[in-house]
Design a protein around this ligand. Structure first.
Ligand code: HEC
Ligand code: HEC
Ligand code: HEC
Ligand code: HEC
Ligand code: HEC
Length: 195
């Protein structure tokens, strides 16, 4: 191999490497965490609470219809029930200990948008969009996983469709006279979701 060929080969290798790196970083900046299902510090089951025992989502996520964040319940909310129910279970003892030591339970955040994107729970919940539309069938999950891509594409697709339609009780778009009468206007302006 001549020196010249060697130089071209090494240039090509560098270029290909750069392209692979660039694509990799584009991927990670898209941050698609769909399916992310971290282990939590307490073995809390939505299936058991929201499914089998039908405790309302808003009982624990009381910010969802009032503010930007849905919020994670404080340990004291758990004790509304667990000072009686299963209080000797090792998992429940972890809650008691957190309260005694005055330490928050360190739940691992699952759904997490990048800081440059703005989201607001109450606007969606008041517009009758079901939690399940974005979070999947939470009431069947023993451990929470991220159901949606939460990509800009998925936000914008729904915002666009809401210029003409509204949603039924399970969150599917419906077109009807009534729906048209109370149609929602979801903007697709960049500034609505980015500051
Ligand atoms: C008894 C309290 C309780 C009820 C009822 C409850 N949750 Fe939760 N939820 C929690 C706790 C605690 C966490 C944090 C631990 C975890 O992720 O499992 C959580 C986490 C979540 C998360 C993930 C948060 C993140 O980090 O992204 C979603 C989404 C969620 N809940 C939705 C719902 C929905 C929808 C319902 C109703 C179908 C519901 N929850 C009912 C207590 C509750
Ligand atoms: C409104 C009542 C209520 C609230 C509030 C509540 N739980 Fe429960 N929890 C229950 C019931 C009912 C069971 C199932 C009891 C059974 O199976 O006998 C349960 C079971 C559990 C279990 C299973 C324990 C075991 O050993 O099997 C864990 C862990 C748990 N809850 C954690 C939590 C945490 C953490 C919170 C707060 C974020 C919470 N619970 C809030 C009612 C509640
Ligand atoms: C239109 C989509 C959408 C709907 C509807 C929705 N969420 Fe969320 N949820 C999100 C997004 C996006 C995040 C991540 C927000 C962030 O990281 O800034 C999130 C985060 C959460 C979290 C983590 C804590 C927080 O507030 O950031 C919980 C808990 C939660 N949602 C519960 C609920 C519940 C309960 C409902 C229904 C009452 C609901 N969500 C309805 C999209 C939605
Ligand atoms: C299932 C449909 C749906 C999805 C998915 C959805 N939205 Fe929305 N969004 C709406 C509707 C409908 C409204 C308008 C509600 C109203 O009229 O008050 C809205 C309103 C908003 C607003 C308030 C706009 C304003 O004028 O202040 C923001 C911000 C927003 N959405 C961000 C997001 C982001 C970010 C995502 C993705 C993570 C998302 N939305 C996903 C349906 C959706
Ligand atoms: C309905 C909400 C919504 C609207 C409207 C919206 N975005 Fe986004 N955008 C998001 C969310 C959520 C993310 C983060 C998730 C992702 O990267 O897909 C994002 C990510 C981005 C990113 C970063 C992409 C990356 O690779 O990290 C850019 C750049 C961007 N948006 C530009 C725009 C521009 C320009 C407009 C107007 C034409 C716009 N957005 C309108 C919700 C929105």
């Amino acid at each position: 191999m001549s020196l010249r060929t060697a130089k071209i080969v090494s240039l090509l290798v560098t270029l290909i490497g750069a392209i692979v790196l660039w694509q990799g970083s584009t991927f990670s900046s898209l941050g698609n965490q769909q399916g992310y299902e971290p282990v939590q510090p307490i073995n809390f089951s939505h299936k058991l609470h929201a499914g089998d025992n039908q405790i309302a989502c808003l009982y624990c996520h009381s910010g969802a219809d009032k503010s930007k964040v849905a919020g994670i319940p404080a340990a004291s909310t758990c004790m509304n029930c667990h000072q009686r129910i299963l209080k000797d279970s090792p998992e429940i003892q972890k809650i008691t200990r957190a309260i005694d030591e005055n330490k928050p339970i360190e739940w691992v955040k699952v759904n997490d948008l990048p800081d440059h994107a703005i989201f607001n729970h109450s606007r969606h919940v008041i517009a009758s969009i079901k939690c399940q539309q974005c979070h999947g069938a939470v009431e069947t999950m023993d451990r929470i996983s991220q159901a949606d891509t939460l990509s800009m594409g998925s936000c914008v697709a729904c915002h666009r469709s809401h210029r003409e339609v509204t949603l039924d009780e399970v969150g599917r778009p419906v077109v009807s006279e009534e729906a048209t009468a109370k149609k929602l206007m979801a903007s697709t302006d960049c500034s609505v979701c980015h500051h």
